[in-house]
Design a protein around this ligand. Sequence first.
Ligand code: SF4
Length: 408
Amino acid sequence: MMTVIDTAPRTAPADATTSPPRAGLPSLAGLSRARLLAALAELGLPEREQRMRAAQLWHWIYLRGVTSFDEMTNVGKGLRARLAERFTLARPEVVVEQVSADGTRKWLLRLPPEIAGDRPHDVEMVYIPESDRGTLCVSSQVGCTLNCSFCHTGTQRLVRNLTAAEIVAQVMVARDRLGDYPGATRATGPGLPTEGDRLLTNIVFMGMGEPLYAYDSVAESIEILADGEGLGIGKRRITVSTSGVVPEIERLGREVGPMLAISLHAVRDELRDELVPINKKYPLKQLLEACRTYPPVSNAKRITFEYVMLKGVNDSPADARALVRLLAGIPAKINLIPFNPWPGTRYECSDWETIEQFSDIVFRAGYSSPVRTPRGRDILAACGQLKSETERLSARERLALRAMAAAE
Ligand code: SF4
């Protein structure tokens, strides 16, 4: 239904380009090379042929973004038919698409059940365009266990970790919707990148969930996303943002090596215990030591410290000076994030002058400290908000249906 993207903020259901998987047939979209090989073995393909066929599938699925086996012109008709009998290339269904006046796009995706009998689950992702890049913020879990007090997703219970394929599929859906494959019709509209030949260039694991609690899926998905013969989003353009799961930070750097971001938000344990409760388990001292020793860290690969600006809570000049002292010796960037309020929150966003004053102190200490421009405020862009709103709507609809049934 909604294929033309314009500047007006809106909410719309999915269109046919992201049809849900055919019941019962698994999708190959999002699988690693090893899992594609296993799928080909399942089809009974001779071993000597599997590697070559897996490379062909990889090219078509990830580099070209095809949604039908029929488009794989260098794969014989017979094999295409056998593939189509057992598998699909379906992506998760787009339940809601919102396009902000500033070009930010937000999607609510419905994931088919992982195991028989389970119900589908919804996750969010947000695309944030800038002139020289387009960043997709992906989810790693359905809900979250961590209850950070300023975060809307923290109000939703954890349902499960996403699989690597479900994480990769988020990127594929975004590329589908943006027309971001070679030969596709690219999305148009204000705010989209004007430099480079791709609209989606960067990934941040900063959507729903704590990515280091879904370590295996996140690690596997990064290897798929970064593969130069496929989606080709290099590890320097992939950032994993953690609230501070200290034991997994070193492992992530050593085994996978993406960029790292820390949801810091407070410079004293007492306050961070409240804002980011995992701090009670891994306090600031341990967290910062893990950052200092993060294997890939260097002046060229700085760690980003996210700091949400909460009025009267963490935004004083003394907090800014303490932040500078805390990060001494760590190659760091500081992202100041104006708080994006959501219904029911007890926090407010700091005043603009306060944010500027904070930023000046950090900048004078030698840190790049961009203030992230609030994006997509007209489309419920606070993480987790769209899912909650949609669930509320569904609940209202269910009640209305029950009332109608009772009246009949
Ligand atoms: S900030 Fe991240 S880790 Fe904390 S509750 Fe929200 S989604 Fe979970």
